[in-house]
Design a protein around this ligand. Structure first.
Ligand code: COA
Length: 270
């Protein structure tokens, strides 16, 4: 992939023609770390100016509710973008891609470099962090937090593949890869260090420096706990959080996580 800089990179990210992560034919993801480095360079070189959701004529000394780096204004959308952004305090930052058919419920925030596939719904109080990659027909529930790559710096973006269901109040951070159709139950937090125990396949999943924590296709992940190590904690019966694959998606899960087509109709201009 040809390296781009500055506005040319942000334009390409917004068009979705350049992404920080690309799925290869064998299902692995190639990460283009230079994109994160270039975004950080843009933060460094860009001055802080007055900004607002409705302002386009940004100046340095104009009083404003918002002050941010010149390179990263809030995105504006037209009918041809085919997205639905419900009023109420949401913002999509320059350099983020929203495919036609995306629905955004307020308030939510999509940061620079994020990629969101078609017919995905981002519910209220959700965060799609910098460079996070979200597939098609995904439901990002209310207050779900999808971490970014800028601070603390992460080598890999969080990747949520197509048709996943990310429950309310979840947190997916530190380059975790959630494979197609997986369901993350409400309240589950996954970081690179979270051990995940697969009760069906009887395996333990962990991220390593070389490869991310990977949630398998169609896995249903719920909160679990396990005894802490050491005699002191053991004597007191202390537990530490983990995650459990309690089952693989079945018809009951499909019913519990079904997408509503009425919410997505009429988005793409005819
Ligand atoms: C994961 C979820 C979809 C349930 O999936 P399901 O396939 O219907 O699960 P089942 O009811 O068949 O449960 C299977 C097992 O997992 C357990 N389980 C299910 N959900 C659980 C959860 N969230 N936490 C802990 N255990 C859970 C059940 O108790 C059951 O265990 P058992 O067999 O020992 O009794 C549901 O719990 C969930 O998190 N929904 C998301 C809600 C949400 O965030 N909505 C967003 C609103 S904006």
């Amino acid at each position: 992939m040809k390296k781009l800089e500055g506005a040319a990179l942000l334009d390409a990210l917004e068009r979705g023609s350049v992404r920080i992560a690309e799925r290869t034919v064998d299902g692995s993801w190639t990460i283009h770390g230079w994109i994160r480095d270039e975004l950080l360079a843009l933060f460094r070189s860009s001055e802080i100016i007055a900004q607002g959701l409705e302002q386009r004529d940004y100046t340095y000394d104009r009083p404003s509710a918002f002050r941010d780096k010149r390179a990263f204004p809030v995105r504006h959308f037209g009918p041809h973008d085919g997205v639905r952004i419900v009023p109420g305090g949401s913002a999509v930052r320059r350099g983020a891609y929203l495919a036609p058919g995306v629905v955004c419920m307020p308030p939510m925030y999509v940061n620079v470099g994020a990629y969101i596939g078609t017919a995905t719904l981002i519910d209220s109080h959700a965060l799609v962090g910098s460079c996070a990659q979200i597939g098609e027909r995904v439901h990002i529930s209310a207050a779900a937090q999808i971490g970014g790559v800028l601070e603390p710096a992460n080598a890999r973006p969080v990747i949520i593949e197509d048709e996943c269901f990310i429950g309310g109040n979840t947190g997916i951070y530190e380059g975790v890869l959630v494979r197609k159709g997986a369901v993350i139950a409400a309240g589950v937090v996954l970081t690179a260090s979270t051990p995940v125990f697969d009760l069906i396949k009887q395996t333990e999943l962990r991220g390593t420096r070389e490869s991310p924590l990977e949630i398998p296709e169609r896995a249903v992940v719920v909160n679990g706990s396990r005894p802490v190590g050491g005699a002191w904690g053991g004597q007191r019966g202390l537990q530490v959080a983990c995650a459990l694959i309690i089952k693989y998606r079945d018809e009951k899960t499909d019913r519990a996580t079904a997408l509503e087509s009425a919410l997505r109709e009429g988005l793409v201009e005819r």
